[in-house]
Design a protein around this ligand. Structure first.
Ligand SMILES: [Ca+2]
Ligand SMILES: [Ca+2]
Ligand SMILES: [Ca+2]
Length: 224
């Protein structure tokens, strides 16, 4: 892993930290709550699904590999769903089917499961995103899985089961952002088979409906 420190418009020579396997994802944030930015590498190896690089605030990193108990996870996202200020890692698993919130406990030095969100059906969730979909300023969890009829989006507002939203085709769940400025986040997704970005509007807190809006080159913005 290379780390390039920004220096007034340019980057210094990279600081290289050895890593055995390229991780699935690399995220920055404060995971231990000490106020300094850390890094997490997600899904690198079976023995170290999460590698926490604890930042000292001056560019130094202490490497902590974590072998997370339970079944291997498939996808992971990062956000503060279990309360500020610490960021959490949300993972999807096949057994038990669903999503799980892992929070780093500075006292014990482990990523512990603080919430489990049971899924529905039999196929695993192939994507997960964190964002505020119901406008209460706290992060919610959204996941997607492929089904015979297309795709299904599952929401867990406030970590409680919300309604499943069917979509015509399987999608790739990317992120959650409030693109229309009403205080509630929309799902930003891409098609598996078409070059387009879609916006899924979710009516929350009790999800009533969703709309998939295609945004194409030249559009001024998403239409509702
Ligand atoms: Ca930290
Ligand atoms: Ca929320
Ligand atoms: Ca919105």
């Amino acid at each position: 892993m290379s780390l390039l420190f920004g220096e007034a418009g340019s980057f210094a020579e990279p600081v290289v930290t050895p890593s055995t396997h390229p991780p699935m994802d690399l995220r920055a944030g404060d995971f231990d709550g000490d106020g300094n930015a850390d890094l997490v590498a997600l899904g690198g190896t079976y023995e170290a699904e999460i590698v926490l690089y604890r930042g000292d605030g001056m560019g130094g990193l202490v490497v902590e590999p974590h072998d997370v108990p339970g079944d291997e996870f498939f996808f992971a996202a990062v956000g503060a769903v279990a309360g500020e200020p610490r960021l959490d890692v949300v993972v999807t698993r096949a057994a038990p089917l669903g999503a799980e919130v892992l929070e780093y406990e500075p006292g014990t030095g482990v990523f512990a499961t603080v919430a489990t969100m049971p899924g529905v059906g039999v196929t695993l969730y192939d994507g997960v995103a964190i964002g505020d979909i119901d406008g209460d300023a706290a992060g919610d969890v959204v996941a997607h899985r492929e089904v015979i009829t297309g795709g299904q989006i599952q929401t867990w507002p406030q970590l409680m089961p919300g309604q499943g939203l069917p979509v015509e085709r399987p999608i790739r769940l990317k992120s959650i952002a409030d693109v229309d400025g009403d205080g509630r986040g929309e799902l930003l997704v891409t098609s598996v088979d078409a070059l387009a970005v879609h916006v899924v509007y979710v009516d929350a807190p009790c999800v009533q409906s969703s709309r998939l809006v295609r945004v194409e080159p030249g559009d001024r913005g998403p239409r509702r």
